[in-house]
Ligand binder design. Structure first.
Ligand code: IPE
Ligand code: IPE
Ligand code: MG
Length: 255
């Protein structure tokens, strides 16, 4: 990193070479962290080595976003479809949150990061669920960047869950079907009150959402890179943001 020349955003430092990154920073960045397996395979390593390398990039992404003054960061860590993978790979992935938050909790607290989780935690192994609950509890009073981990998350499952929730409210006489709107439906999604992502990044060259934030991403800017997640750096992030800054977001209007 170059010399520090000033304070921008929410009082964060941005180095001289990044001075164009001080305005129009996406409020919410969501990342589909893909390519761990291919990264490992290309090195003749087992896929789990890629997941380990990927975990270390989560730290880097959090730091880089926090330094730019990004308010919300959402990370796709495990989808509702990822249970289809071999059991040993699933087991390894389920152990990673425990290790990650054990080593990172001090820095997260120092940064004032609030950690949230979306996805069905009830299906997670006990040790993973305990990490989720403890991390949320330890960071819930923090007022800095909000980092959401999508763990056993699927956009379709989230929408169905919200419909059930709304139906329960109707049954209890607390709501009516006529009142159902985009706004009050959005309030029932697990991501609420986090705003919709401005920028969705997917690594590894795949160009699809794979069931990620299907309701919330309708007007997100999408950015794809061939970079595999374990090779992701702050330079990759800056490249994505610079591209985002050149886009014209119209939301269906004319300007
Ligand atoms: C992303 O990397 C991590 C998870 C989905 C858990 P992959 O494991 O999907 O890596 P590739 O796509 O097989 O390379
Ligand atoms: C999406 O990646 C899920 C995560 C990054 C956690 P996948 O590797 O599971 O997606 P597909 O199977 O290529 O669509
Ligand atoms: Mg993949």
């Amino acid at each position: 990193m170059g010399p520090l020349i000033g304070w921008f955003g929410r009082g964060k430092r941005v180095s001289a070479g990044d001075s164009d990154l001080k305005e129009n920073i996406p409020n919410h960045i969501a990342i589909i962290m893909d390519g761990n397996g291919r990264w490992a395979t290309r090195r003749g390593l087992p896929r789990i080595a890629g997941h380990r390398a990927g975990m270390n990039k989560v730290r880097e992404a959090i730091r880089a976003c926090d330094e730019l003054g990004v308010q919300y960061l959402t990370l796709y860590a495990f989808s509702t479809e990822n249970w289809k993978r071999p059991q040993d790979e699933v087991d390894y992935l389920m152990r990673l949150p425990e290790e990650f938050f054990r080593t990172e909790i001090n820095e997260l607290l120092k940064r004032g990061v609030q950690v949230r989780f979306v996805g069905d935690v009830t299906q997670l192994p006990t040790y993973t669920r305990e990490t989720v609950v403890n991390t949320q509890r330890l960071t819930e009073g923090n007022t800095g960047m909000v980092v959401t981990f999508a763990l056993n998350y699927g956009g379709r499952a989230e929408v169905i869950h919200a419909i059930h929730h709304y139906a329960d409210q109707v049954k209890a006489g607390l709501a009516t079907w006529e009142d159902l709107s985009e706004e009050n439906f959005g309030r029932l999604l697990s991501t609420f009150p986090v705003p919709d992502p401005d920028l969705v990044i997917r690594t590894s060259g795949e160009r699809r959402l794979s069931n990620f934030l299907i309701w919330q991403s309708v007007y997100s800017e999408l950015w794809f890179t061939e970079v595999l997640w374990p090779d992701f750096t702050r330079t990759t992030l800056h490249e994505a943001i610079r591209d985002y800054q050149r886009r014209k977001r119209r939301f269906g209007g004319l300007k």
